[in-house]
Write a protein that binds this ligand. Sequence first.
Ligand SMILES: NC(=O)c1ccc[n+]([C@@H]2O[C@H](COP(=O)([O-])OP(=O)(O)OC[C@H]3O[C@@H](n4cnc5c(N)ncnc54)[C@H](OP(=O)(O)O)[C@@H]3O)[C@@H](O)[C@H]2O)c1
Length: 297
Amino acid sequence: MDTIANPPRSTALITGASSGVGYELTVRLLREGWDVVAWMRSEVPDHDPVVAAARASGRLRSDRVDLADPVGLAAALDRVRSRERSIDLVVNNAALSLAQAQPGPSGRDVHFDVNVLSPYAITTALLPCVAASEHKTILNVASNALLSVKQFSLAELVHPTRFKKLFGPYAASKLALALWTHELARALPPDVELRSVCPGPSDTPMTRGPGMPRWLGMLVPLPLLFPHPRRGADRLHAAGLGAHRGERGVFIHRDRVTPLPWLAQAPAVLAAVRDIHARSFPVRPGQDVRPRDSDPG
Ligand SMILES: NC(=O)c1ccc[n+]([C@@H]2O[C@H](COP(=O)([O-])OP(=O)(O)OC[C@H]3O[C@@H](n4cnc5c(N)ncnc54)[C@H](OP(=O)(O)O)[C@@H]3O)[C@@H](O)[C@H]2O)c1
């Protein structure tokens, strides 16, 4: 009798899968039959039976990674590339919004290293795995806070001299992320899709944390303004796998493609992020992706 081969399962890598929007997206994809590779410093909590079952069966594979540490991140990238044959969907979701600027292991501010540089390192390192997959999609989780940025300087973001909760380095980091996403998307193989998305306000450890301005933090318990993070996860799902398929480099906010401020800065932001990445991460063959326009000749 002929055996019918099982169809290959789709695989997502989600950073920041231990809480909030990333956790809810992890649960949703596991329920839909995906394999999920989950990255964070802690662990995906087991309180939903689907998580426990997926962990036991090997469909949920987690790794502890501190995205502020380029050395640890490079090692995690090596591990995942040796273990996963292909990755259909990468969701660069992990981020932090602190109550003050804070240098990380690199000496740069952690808002830059975690929210801007680590998604670039992950995107470029995993490009061959994504290109070998069916869905070929990378989502960078930005924020509508980027629409509020009035002054923008990447140098100021890397080593801040001023600080404002949410509307300072955090908002600037999300703008830098969306700008390099816009620029890099033009350089990728035509069938690989890269875009940025805002999940919308959600009641999560981040919005309940000390990095929120006091007046805004007081509104977080109001579910009409800050709904359950499932809502944000649904928005990421739609941006990655739904109506926006085929769109590259765009920023999706409230389920619509939304113009980015400071767009003229996008090539310079990508060039600076690429330069810092090259100085911080070991270079590996096939990872140096340049916009076609900037190629000499
Ligand atoms: N919630 C909102 O209202 C809102 C609005 C707009 C945009 N966003 C964006 O949506 C995304 C998810 O936010 P959320 O509200 O769901 O936040 P959250 O609940 O605080 O989750 C953040 C996740 O990032 C991980 N993380 C933080 N620092 C890390 C590090 N150094 N290395 C590795 N992982 C790290 C955390 O895991 P560990 O602590 O285990 O490392 C956690 O899983 C973020 O990109 C955020 O900027 C959120």
